[in-house]
Design a protein. Structure first.
Length: 765
């Protein structure tokens, strides 16, 4: 046997049944493919008769390698050792079927490790993770390199790790993704070139793309709507034309794909969300920037950071939520601890009386802004707890197996959650707590490094800390999520209880220091001197240290506002909204929350108008400065209003963005969204629930429904149509007045903003 060794970075991992495919990007940057056998192990616990039936069925399916044996393993929630049946699986494809059929037998027997992603399970067992530095000992068989041994001295705990250089090819459509590729050229870009491939002849398009792929041999295909439109179209046409371009690097493995453009729509947190289908490539990465939350928020290095920590392959991580990444990090901790990992959440909420529910289920603490002296204030400081909820979970050992645990049921000395009295285990460290400790440490390190670096290194640190920020944001929600593997409602309620206590402590401490309390929301407090005099950083730092001493969580000065505005609710002009505010820091930076410029559904023209107003406002240090310069902000308003009246705006900049909340036939009221969907259907384009649509308002008052709105796709297909119809000037002028009123109403010398809309264009106040 001629043993050879290859060194490099683990680029890609996938499997076909029990065969695992490893792509190594070697030291010269050349991709190499290796094959390794892997049989996942599952564990079952229950009555002997039921387990015998399970084993018999698996034998019939030729899915078991050896005779199952009993082993003693640790239960996650109960923290006790029990005998479980160890089963080595030869056909991993049957694992989802096993899990699905368990619903019928739930409560009679339990199964563990059956839903772990197989490539991730392989990496767990071998000590590997995406983009780790590794060595592979292998033999060269005819047509394949067979793995004999793998090893790495790299660790996912490393923070300043190296990442190889990647060649990237960009694919996007020239027009909206809903327009057929026959009328919608495919744009292919590399670092040095740009090509426009027409779809009028699909065979030629495939051939040209194949040439480009073979010439460039990119590591990554970075697309917009690649999962939903581009790749399904390319694979469908390749089947029709009998020619497959080199989208996959792996040209030896038989790959079968079900071609679908229909995604899934699901309900979460009060919204319908659309998720496109998934089209990963083999030996190459395909990342769809429109189908990847992590990529949108934290770029490529953010995906790399979470993939390394979670051991999810890069393409899977790009399409996964940060919550799923955290679940796999927690799974890693659980496996290292020797716990059996349940295939689904097994800890249900304990029964509660109505009074107990009222006590426990309170959520975070919010104090409405104090507007007794007006909705604008000067010299206000904002103090923030640093990653409050994840820090509480790590510091107080809040994890599903540690809240009201059985091992401490008779111990009166254990710590308890404030108000609600839930016991917190002091005999073992929680899996969630341990996982979050490291994530918090990593993010703090990246933030420190961001302050002392520049250039590409700074970009990488920023991307990595941004990805961890979103993971930490979701960590708290996942504790109470009904399907979270490591979730339990009592642990979620415990975090809230500690959070309320710490926010109250912060408020009381600030008042003890002689400050006036203005506002608080979950993990932030707003304070000022009673006479609104200037605040000093040194005094505030002393306050933060005292709060940190009392609460155990670091508190920082987010900034000192020279002026701060709490815009009123649209329903009640005298009632402020807790999460809507804007103000100017002493540094000259403006901070805005919940206002038009931060909304994604408004036309870019409108948000640009408000952004320019805000840029002007931040040049004014005091409320007096703002009020005395009213003519300047009015001139900004007039400029944008004049552009609307004179039609000096590209229609593309007036498109509103809305999400469809249901399927077209389910709409009872035919508003803007439903009418736009109807027009798209007439154009042969279906919109699924949760998808975003863009439309232009033509004439909102038109008696003919067809003339009220124009979807973006109709605008692109028939650009001359808008020249005849025009757009609804009055509607957009009202919208402009709305965003102007939002930021200026409390400073204005006049009250009637509607008088700004004058048919003759006169501005008489």
């Amino acid at each position: 046997m001629n043993l050879q060794t290859a060194k490099g970075y683990l680029f890609d991992v996938y499997h076909a049944e029990d065969m695992v495919y490893l792509w190594l990007k070697n030291e010269e940057g050349v991709p190499q493919l290796f094959l390794d056998k892997f049989n996942p192990i599952i564990y079952a616990r229950g009555e002997a008769g039921l387990l015998k039936k399970l084993v018999k069925r698996l034998f019939e399916l030729d899915a078991i390698q050896d005779i199952p044996v009993y082993e003693n393993r640790n239960l996650f929630y109960e923290n006790k050792t029990v005998p479980v049946l160890k089963i080595v699986i030869t056909r991993p494809s049957i694992l989802p079927k096993i899990s699905r059929k368990l619903y019928a037998l739930y409560g009679k027997f339990e199964i563990y490790h059956s839903d772990l992603d197989l490539p991730t399970s392989y990496m767990f067992q071998k000590g590997l993770f995406p983009l780790c530095k590794m060595e592979i000992d292998y033999t060269e068989d005819p047509g394949a390199r067979r793995v004999v041994n793998v090893r790495t001295e790299d660790s996912p705990l490393e923070m300043d790790y190296e990442v190889p250089k990647f060649k990237i090819m960009y694919l996007e459509l020239k027009k909206s993704h809903r327009i057929n590729l026959e009328n919608n050229p495919l744009i292919v870009r590399t670092d040095t070139d740009c090509h426009e491939l027409s779809g009028t002849n699909p065979k030629k398009l495939l051939e040209k793309l194949d040439i480009l792929l073979r010439e460039e041999d990119p590591d990554i295909l970075l697309t917009r709507y690649g999962d939903q439109v581009i790749l399904p179209y390319l694979f469908y046409q390749s089947q029709r034309q009998g020619f497959l371009p080199a989208l996959d690097r792996d040209r030896t493995t038989p790959i079968r794909r079900n071609i679908s453009t229909k995604g899934t729509s699901y309900f979460t947190y009060g919204n319908i969300v659309f998720r496109a289908p998934s089209y990963p490539l083999f030996g190459r990465w395909h990342i769809d920037s429109k189908n990847s939350f992590v990529y949108k928020e934290a770029d490529l290095m953010g995906v790399v950071e979470l993939a390394r920590l979670s051991r999810l392959p890069m393409q899977k991580m790009a399409r996964a939520s940060t919550g799923k990444a955290l679940t796999y990090i927690e799974t890693d901790v659980a496996l290292r601890r020797g716990y059996l990992v349940p295939w689904q959440k097994s800890a249900v909420e304990a029964p509660k009386t109505a009074l107990q529910l009222l006590e426990a289920d309170k959520g975070g603490l919010v104090f409405q802004p104090d507007v007794s002296y007006g909705k604008i204030a000067e010299n206000v400081a904002q103090l923030d707890f640093a990653q409050m909820y994840p820090s509480i979970m790590a510091m107080h050992n809040i994890s599903p197996e540690c809240v009201n645990c059985l091992c401490c049921s008779s111990d009166e000395t254990v710590p308890k959650a404030p108000d609600i009295g839930y016991r917190i285990c002091n005999k073992r460290k929680g899996v969630v707590s341990e996982a979050l400790e490291h994530v918090l440490e990593r993010r703090a390190y990246y933030k420190r490094q961001s302050k002392i670096t520049s250039g590409k290194q700074l970009e990488d640190y920023e991307a990595k800390q941004a990805s961890l920020k979103w993971m930490l944001v979701t960590s708290f929600g996942y504790l109470g999520y009904r399907n979270a593997k490591f979730g339990r409602l009592e642990s979620h309620e415990s975090v809230n209880a500690f959070g309320r206590e710490k926010l109250l402590l912060a408020k009381e401490t600030a008042e003890e220091f002689g400050y006036e309390f203005v506002h608080a929301i979950t993990d932030s407090i707003f304070i000022k001197n009673h006479d609104s005099s200037s605040l000093t950083s040194s005094e505030l730092d002393s306050l933060c240290l005292e709060i940190q001493k009392k609460t155990g969580i670091r508190m920082e000065v987010d900034g000192i506002y020279t002026w701060l505005l709490f815009p009123p609710s649209s329903q009640d002009s005298e009632m402020p909204v807790a999460n809507r505010y804007m103000g100017r820091f002493q540094s000259g930076k403006l901070k805005c929350r919940g206002i038009g410029a931060r909304r994604k559904d408004l036309p870019s023209f409108i948000t640009s108008a408000q952004s320019e107003m805000l840029e002007w406002m931040k040049t004014k240090v005091t409320i007096k400065d703002l009020k005395e310069s009213e003519s300047e902000i009015l001139s900004i308003y007039h400029k944008y209003d004049s552009m609307i009246r004179q039609n000096h705006i590209s229609p593309e900049n007036l498109l509103l963005v809305k999400s469809s909340s249901r399927e077209l036939e389910e709409y009872e009221v035919m508003g803007a969204t439903a009418l736009s969907m109807m027009k798209l259907k007439d154009l042969g384009m279906d919109v699924q629930a949760g998808e975003k649509i863009k439309y232009l308002v033509l004439n909102q008052r038109s008696k003919t429904k067809d003339r009220r709105y124009m979807p973006e796709e109709e605008l692109q297909l028939y650009p001359n149509k808008i020249k005849k119809t025009g757009f609804d000037n009055e509607y957009y002028r009202k919208m402009l007045v709305g965003v102007f009123r939002e930021v200026w109403a409390e400073f204005a010398s006049f009250r009637d903003f509607d008088s700004l809309i004058d048919p003759q264009g006169k501005f008489d106040f």
